[in-house]
Ligand binder design. Structure first.
Ligand code: TRP
Length: 470
């Protein structure tokens, strides 16, 4: 349940729809499901299998295979930390929107309201001031994460028993409301109609793989540390399948909720769906509020409930990062989980503050794009090498098959050793080339360079941590 909580989050409700929209709607679904089956599920089995086998966090899992590879485990944790920094800002937006929904203050034009809310500047290099309400919300988010975790891992079980099923039910309700709006069918057609010509673009494929890494919380040590709490005989493959399908299913459902509303917006404004909301990270903050405004009864109550749903979806993903990083710190320096949790939350909050400025949303986009598309993909590649070759995929499979109902065949070894790494290398290189030629989201190339530097810095920090004495 906690693993599902980590996987299902804003990635499904906020990120999946906009990435899907950026990559041509229905064109994206094919690569997405291909990515789920070629890399998502096979790597999830690796992470669960390894975590359960070694019973340690990511750095030691890599180290147990071969001392030289500890840094790759830290790279996973640092990447998770960076994600949580900007992720917490999106959660802060949700919290502010929770209050705004009480008065439906976005009015007729949720898109204009969103820019005002962010105090959005004209360029990433103009930060503007800090938005006080976002700052307060951020403080609340990090305090909540800390309060949930400081008592230890046991409290996670109680929290996820509420924060997983509740928002799922609410999402179903909002999706039903969405598809019954006039014009919804056009939006859903855009969402579900594949455009095969788009499949020739490597960046569509990379976006799909990146979305899988992000959404399944892969290559960040999270699933490894959660699996380390499993008992020796607990099923691995079954759990991996359940988590992966719950995650994919929730994203697919969220797609209906967003695209039906896009169809409705296009119907009421007369503009085409592919030009309507302005793609990017604001999509959900424009479409959902619009849908809420159009509810016939109790719109603001419903709005509040909906943003509570987003927050409860997001919180388990956020604290899973802390568990992963605190696990690594504890094993290396024996700093208690309680202390480590405090330090991580404090650092996360401080680093998120610059993102609460008017230029922050550009940097969230850049950080998200680079960490998911390159950082996580590289760490995933390291996992294929270290666990697939050095440790041996066949050994992991033998272990996993001994304790799992569903038996993996040889195909799984080939996935980890050949298919996944080849795909990951190919798409990373191809889309880097494409980005060098075409840029990304019209952002200045200086901003993209910073994104690249962030990925390099995460790697350097991981190497430094590895060298520091334990
Ligand atoms: N899986 C999460 C989601 O879908 C996103 C996520 C991945 C995340 N790693 C994280 C969130 C680390 C916070 C911290 O929403």
């Amino acid at each position: 349940m906690a693993a599902i909580g980590s996987a299902v989050g804003l990635g499904n409700i906020w990120r999946f729809p906009y990435v899907c929209y950026q990559n041509g709607g229905g064109a994206f679904l094919i690569p997405y499901f291909v990515a789920l089956f070629t890399v998502g599920i096979p790597l999830l089995v690796v992470e669960f299998g390894i975590g359960q086998w070694f019973g340690t966090a990511a750095p030691n899992s890599f180290k147990n295979v071969n001392k030289k590879w500890e840094w790759a485990g830290w790279w996973a944790l640092i990447s998770a930390f960076v994600i949580s920094v900007y992720y917490s800002v999106i959660m802060a937006w949700c919290l502010c929107y929770l209050f705004h929904s009480l008065g439906l203050v976005w009015g007729e034009n949720a898109s204009v309201f969103f820019s005002q809310f962010l105090g959005k500047t004209s360029s990433p290099f103009v930060l503007g001031g800090i938005q006080p309400q976002i700052l307060f919300a951020l403080l609340f988010v990090w305090t909540s994460i800390y309060l949930i975790l400081y008592k230890g891992v046991k409290s996670i079980g109680k929290i996820v028993a509420i924060t997983v099923p509740l928002p799922t039910i609410l999402l179903v309700i909002i999706a039903i409301r969405g598809v019954t709006l006039p014009g919804a069918l056009d939006g859903i057609t855009f969402y579900l109609t594949p455009h095969f010509s788009k499949l020739a673009s490597p960046s569509v494929w990379l976006a799909a793989y990146a979305q899988i890494f992000f959404s399944l919380s892969l290559a960040q040590g999270i699933m490894i540390v959660y699996a380390s709490y499993l008992k020796k005989k607990d099923d691995v493959t079954n759990n991996a399948l359940i988590v992966a399908l719950a995650d994919g299913g929730t994203a697919f459902l969220a797609g209906f909720a967003v695209f039906s509303v896009l169809g409705y917006l296009s119907y009421s404004t007369g503009a085409g769906i592919d030009s309507i909301a302005g793609s990017g990270i604001g999509l959900a903050f424009i479409t959902y509020p619009t849908a809420i405004s159009h509810l016939p009864v109790a719109a603001s109550l419903f709005g509040a409930i909906f943003f509570i749903a987003l927050l409860t979806f997001g919180i388990d993903s956020a604290f899973s990062m802390v568990e992963s990083v605190a696990g690594g710190i504890w094993e290396k320096w024996r700093i208690s989980k309680k202390k480590a949790t405090f330090i991580i939350c404090l650092l996360g909050f401080l680093m998120a503050i610059p993102l609460a400025t008017g230029g922050g949303s550009y940097w969230i986009d850049v950080a998200d794009h680079f960490i998911s598309n390159f950082g996580l993909v590289f760490v995933g590649l390291m996992e294929c090498i270290v666990f697939g070759y050095i440790m041996g995929a066949e050994n992991i499979r033998a272990h996993v098959n001994r304790i799992s109902d569903i038996k993996l065949g040889r195909w799984w070894d080939y996935m980890i050793k050949f298919v996944s790494p080849v795909i990951l290398i190919f798409i990373a290189v191809a889309s880097l080339v494409e980005m060098l030629n075409n840029g990304y989201e019209g952002l200045p190339s200086g901003a993209l360079a910073v994104g690249g530097v962030v990925v390099v810095i995460t790697l350097v920090i991981s190497i430094i941590i590895t060298k520091v004495k334990s």
